[in-house]
Design a protein around this ligand. Structure first.
Ligand code: FCB
Length: 470
């Protein structure tokens, strides 16, 4: 399929995963810096202090993206660089870094796609309750306004949040991401406060006269019941509510799904007027897609959703169907969702390769939400155990994965879904959160000892493909 000539072809990154330099130029501590310091939280015991050293090497990285024929770059701003201390004072050096970065993109013909929050909350806000506290909403709006004033006339778009479901669920229900809380009620409140922060920030940025289109990035998954047994259907509905409906219904219908409390067993505290704020119209929706979910009442959770004390070793994590039910006591029902049908093709994350799911998610949005804005695929990609041989990384499975995703996207667009761009996750191998540097998602290989960048064969394929689309 030929995509529109002005379609965006980009790659996505996130501050904490690539920047490093986490004490430089006045940056404050984030919840991820703190989380990495507790033994057992990160699979390989690593942290983000160096990562890809992008903070210093960004000109080379932007050159690489340009060489790859890309015309867009997705990045996030580290809140602790902008407001490093509890008094909220602006750190000009932090703003200057992103200002140089954005100018560097513009000089190279890369449209800057900015995300305000990709999981690195300042630790001082966590100390006061983090996303569970309504005060964090006000602080986010303040932060969004500062960044919007400084960069809002140069960036091509502003997404408020990246994957609020992951922050709520992995960070506050399962506790495998920062801040490591395991409490369903907190998790659901965190969902509500992130969405409220999103809506308030959109309103504030519009009031400031910020010109960039405003939106949010969600990670969506079609959910299929493992069988037609009623308990499997219920397990699917529960997962669908937790990952998809809470967010999409909140944003586009201005209400949470009716069965949300019954299925999740907890209810957010909502103040009058919140849902109107949350459903403030937006200019675009970012969709991150990796895999589908399969709902089963007897399923076992994906092992990388478990805390270390409940996990088997890393190798077994790659074969979730054989993992034990060790952790099943943790949250009783919700996570009892199998992620893999037998015989599925899987990535190094243990995630099923299922391209049609992208089309299904996109068509589901079109079918259910008449007021949904244009869509960007803000993340799509896969981790494999790459090997560097004679200076080359031959990664045919990643290339095939990207081809499958782009073909599924093409089918959704032929069926009438309005999609404007596609961003590969990720440009560079990077710090994959609780899995540290053990999983490689990049189309560019990073040698962490030397910081040498080597485009993999998948990058060369993407470069060629993008070239044919212009
Ligand atoms: C997404 C995150 C991104 C990366 C990919 C693999 O959930 O947004 O930072 O970790 O998964």
């Amino acid at each position: 399929m030929n995509f529109p000539r002005d379609f965006l072809w980009g790659a996505a990154t996130a501050a904490f995963q690539i920047e490093g330099a986490n004490t430089e130029d006045g940056r404050g501590e984030s919840i991820w810096d703190r989380f990495c310091r507790t033994e057992g939280n990160i699979a390989d015991g690593s942290d983000g202090s160096q990562a890809c050293d992008h903070y210093h090497r960004w000109p080379d990285d932007l050159d690489l993206a340009k060489w790859l024929n890309l015309n867009a770059w997705r990045f996030s701003v580290a809140w602790p660089r902008i407001q490093p201390t509890a008094d909220g004072k602006i750190n000009q050096k932090g703003l200057d870094f992103y200002s140089r970065l954005v100018d560097g993109m513009l000089e190279r013909g890369l449209a800057p796609y900015m995300t305000l929050y990709h999981w690195d909350l300042p630790q001082y806000l966590q100390d006061k309750g983090g996303w569970e506290s309504r005060e964090t909403v006000d602080r986010f709006v303040e932060y969004a306004t500062i960044v919007g004033r400084a960069l809002g006339d140069r960036v091509a778009s502003i997404a408020t949040f990246n994957e609020p479901f992951v922050t709520a669920y992995l960070g506050h229900w399962m506790g495998v991401h920062a801040p490591g809380i395991q409490n369903p009620a907190t998790s659901v409140q965190v969902t509500h406060h992130q969405l409220l922060s999103h809506g308030r920030a959109v309103q504030a940025l519009r009031q400031e006269g910020v010109k960039a289109p405003l939106g949010i990035v969600l990670n969506l998954a079609p959910v299929h019941p493992a069988s037609d047994r009623s308990q499997d259907i219920r397990a699917s509905d529960r997962h669908d509510v937790a990952q998809n409906r809470l967010y999409l219904d909140g944003l586009f219908l201005g209400k949470y799904p009716e069965r949300c409390t019954e299925l999740l067993g907890v209810e957010p505290k909502i103040t009058e007027g919140d849902m109107e704020v949350i459903s403030t119209p937006i200019d675009f929706l970012g969709v991150n897609y990796y895999r589908r979910a399969i709902g089963s009442a007897d399923g076992v959770p994906s092992p990388h959703f478990l805390r270390k004390e409940n996990r088997e070793d890393l190798a077994q994590r790659q074969a979730p169907q054989s993992s034990s039910t060790n952790g099943a006591a943790q949250d009783k029902e919700f996570k009892r969702t199998v992620e893999l049908p037998p015989g599925a093709q899987i990535t190094a994350m243990g995630w099923e390769v299922y391209h049609e799911g992208l089309r299904e998610c996109l068509e589901d949005i079109k079918r259910r939400y008449a007021n949904a804005p244009p869509i960007y695929i803000t993340e799509s990609g896969a981790a494999f155990d790459d090997e560097m041989v004679d200076g080359r990384v031959d990664d045919p499975r990643r290339t095939a994965y990207l081809q499958g995703q782009i073909a599924a996207l093409g089918r959704a667009m032929s069926n009438g879904v309005d999609v404007r761009g596609y961003f590969v996750w990720s440009l560079l191998d990077n710090f994959e959160w609780a899995l540290g540097y053990s999983k490689r998602f990049g189309i560019t290989h990073i040698d962490y000892a030397t910081q040498q960048r080597t485009p993999k064969e998948s990058a060369l394929w993407y470069r060629h493909f993008v070239g044919t689309q212009r």
